[in-house]
Ligand binder design. Structure first.
Ligand SMILES: [Zn+2]
Length: 288
């Protein structure tokens, strides 16, 4: 079975991207995993600090590792947007496959120092255990929160300069990079952000490492395909599946007031997540 690093290397040759989907509960995990297995493509499960607290840090690590081992399937776990060394370390220690240290709001120097600390720790764990752990750094503020926003938040959307990204990667040694290339976290009511695919290509060329596209929810199909062709290896989707889950749950509860069996109440929400993930995975993997 391929490692996450090998799956990421494959994306470059195949001109595809791996889908990264966040969960807060086991229902979402079931929906995402069903979609990935149906298409037989690798998949990354993400948990933010809040999502990880809700589902349980060791619990989510065990769930994902169990699926991977039992089915010999390339499903991986990522610590999405963790803000401190301590929170990154906890995830690495619990067995996560990848972590994102999000210090993009700090100064360049502070961002480099904190990111480097996380990279050094991941490498020390690899040296002592043989476990490969990928570290993603972030440069350029792309907003925060997988929610519905009226407009693009203040201070977000300033595009990352390729040369600054190059210095950041050289000084930190990160495996993956999140940069500001036009997308914003969350679903924007006042219009769809646009991805600058030429900037993606420039950053990938300058840094020599794959780019991760954040804030994918609500983007046009061609924004994804252009970004993937330009060197995006992973695409993050969260708000779209949250919305699908909420809407399916609301509809079922409204239409079935007397139903109290959790498996029946939650199945339509799982199916709704599966449908969104399947359609996104098809697009990211050129199967549409
Ligand atoms: Zn993100």
């Amino acid at each position: 079975m391929k490692t996450l690093r090998e799956c990421i290397a494959d994306t470059k040759e195949k001109k595809v991207a791996i889908g990264h989907f966040n969960i807060s509960n086991i229902e979402a995990l079931h929906g995402i995993y069903s979609a990935a297995k149906k298409l037989n493509v690798p998949v990354i499960i993400g948990v933010s600090e809040g999502e990880e607290t809700f589902i349980g840090l060791e619990e989510v690590a065990t769930l994902v590792a169990t699926l991977r081992t039992r089915d010999q399937y390339p499903i991986f776990l990522n610590a999405d947007h963790h803000a401190s060394f301590e929170s990154v370390k906890r995830c690495i220690d619990a067995g996560f496959d990848a972590v994102i240290i999000d210090a993009a709001k700090l100064s360049f120097e502070e961002n480099v120092a904190l990111t480097k600390q996380c990279v050094d720790y991941a490498r020390s764990v690899t040296a002592s255990t043989g476990r490969d752990i990928l570290v993603e750094g972030e440069i350029g503020y792309i907003g925060s929160g997988s929610n519905i926003k009226d407009s693009i938040p203040e201070g977000a959307g300033v595009l990352t300069k390729p040369e600054e990204a190059k210095h950041f990667v050289e000084q930190t040694g990160v495996d993956l990079l999140a940069a500001s290339v036009g997308s914003i976290h969350g679903l924007i009511k006042s219009g769809k952000p646009h991805i600058h695919a030429d900037l993606v290509a420039q950053i990938v060329t300058e840094t020599g490492i794959p780019l991760v596209l954040h804030g994918g929810s609500g983007l046009r199909d061609e924004d994804f395909t252009n970004a993937i062709a330009a060197g995006t290896a992973i695409v993050h989707i969260n708000s779209e599946i949250r919305l699908a889950y909420r809407d399916a749950l609301k509809k079922f509860l409204t239409e079935n007031e007397n139903e109290i069996t959790p498996s029946k109440i939650l199945q339509p929400a799982i199916d709704a997540i599966e449908a969104v993930v399947e359609s996104r995975l098809k697009l990211f993997n050129g199967l549409a």
